[in-house]
Write a protein that binds this ligand. Structure first.
Ligand SMILES: [Mg+2]
Length: 374
């Protein structure tokens, strides 16, 4: 089996409502899709979502690189030359992890389709579903409570609340959530680097003192401040997860060495795709750390790749794969790929990533500012 053609599609899908985190407010999914086609007619899809603040990438640069790099380096290649391709991506696309993710995902998709097995099965088939989580951006207390109540009514059992701009207001908001909505659901917190170590420690202790049950707190302090993260981890009564601080295996080794977090949030866009994500999940397992699979604001192509990893590997305790929940439209055919039902996420049956991209919608959401390349 040989790759005979490659194509790159920048897409822009608006969100139904803006989403605020500490460093930005997002209004659309800005992605770049990759399609690889083989001589026996199989298609493999992958998605890149460059986020300058997290992956350090520029979207136009990712588009230009993929457009020139793919035909030059993948045409004529056998997708089953796995180690060779892994090292090629590592060598040539290391500074562009989301670009690497798009290519790696499409190669996994092709291998699965050729073998008649899903990527979830190729990775280990650990589970058939995960409890989904949905995120609430930084909002007022009444808005947060109302949105959380709506999510619980829709069947969600796991809710992530974004905090990190104002510790006192955050404590109030989180306490109010538990007071208003009770127990019986799981609360994740994510400060997206917003606090000092002292603020983070005070917040975790205040919540513990008030008996507010929280699964974990993500990335309380700046990604580069590993000393501070370790300090919070030593003193926090709540489990601390590293997110922005862990992009690749070297970062995770350093976190483990310093005992700087209890858990790690692994995102395909940060680490470079399913191959690297699987490596990180197993590294975390070796270190006795729980792993979660997270996402950016992605279409259901990227989410399906993330969910395939999350359901394939045993050491994934949580998922945060809600990046497409609030998009105004969906470019993947409804009954294919990642599915959400009654607060659970699972995969529709199918080989590879098991998804079908809607060609009409792909045209409709093509981002003309960047153009298309085939
Ligand atoms: Mg996070």
């Amino acid at each position: 089996m040989r790759i005979v053609s490659t194509a790159v599609y920048p897409i822009k899908i608006p969100k139904k409502a803006p989403f605020q985190v500490t460093y930005a407010t997002r209004t659309a999914c800005l992605a770049i899709l990759v399609r690889l086609v083989t001589d026996d007619g199989h298609e493999g899809w992958g998605e890149a979502v460059p986020v300058a603040e997290v992956t350090g990438e520029n979207r136009a640069e990712v588009f230009r690189k993929l457009t020139s790099w793919l035909p030059a380096n993948l045409t004529g290649r056998d997708p089953f030359d796995q180690e060779d391709l892994r090292l090629l991506l590592e060598r040539e696309l290391k500074p562009l992890p989301s670009a690497r993710c798009a290519v790696d995902s499409a190669l996994w998709d092709l291998r699965g389709r050729a073998l008649g097995l899903s990527v979830r099965e190729l990775l280990g088939a650990a589970r058939s579903y995960h409890q989904a989580s949905a995120s609430i951006g930084i909002k007022s207390t009444p808005e947060t409570v109302a949105e959380a109540a709506g999510l619980l009514r829709r069947g969600f059992t796991d809710i992530k609340v974004k905090i990190g701009l104002d510790p006192a207001a955050d404590i109030q908001r989180i306490k109010a959530l538990r007071q208003e909505l009770g127990c019986g659901w799981r609360l994740y917190l994510d400060a997206n680097q917003g606090y000092t170590p002292e603020e983070a420690i005070r917040l975790t202790q205040a919540l513990a003192d008030a008996d507010v049950s929280v699964e974990f707190l993500e990335q309380p302090v700046a990604a580069a401040n590993l000393e501070g993260l370790a300090e919070v981890t030593r003193h926090s009564p709540i489990l601390i997860a590293a997110d922005e601080a862990v992009k690749d295996p070297a970062d995770l080794l350093e976190i483990v060495r310093r005992q700087a977090a209890h858990m790690v949030n692994i995102k395909l866009m940060k680490c470079g795709g399913p191959t690297q994500a699987a490596f990180l999940v197993r590294m975390a397992e070796a270190a006795g750390m729980k792993a979660m699979i997270g996402c950016m604001i992605e279409s259901r192509v990227g989410i399906t790749a993330g969910l395939s990893v999350a359901l394939g590997l045993a050491n994934v305790d949580y998922i945060d794969l809600d990046g497409y929940f609030d998009l105004a439209d969906d470019i993947v055919t409804p009954s294919t790929g990642a599915q959400l039902e009654a607060g659970r996420q699972y995969l529709a049956p199918g080989a590879g990533l098991g998804l079908k991209v809607d060609e009409e919608k792909l045209k409709q959401y093509l981002d003309s500012e960047l153009g298309a390349s085939a």
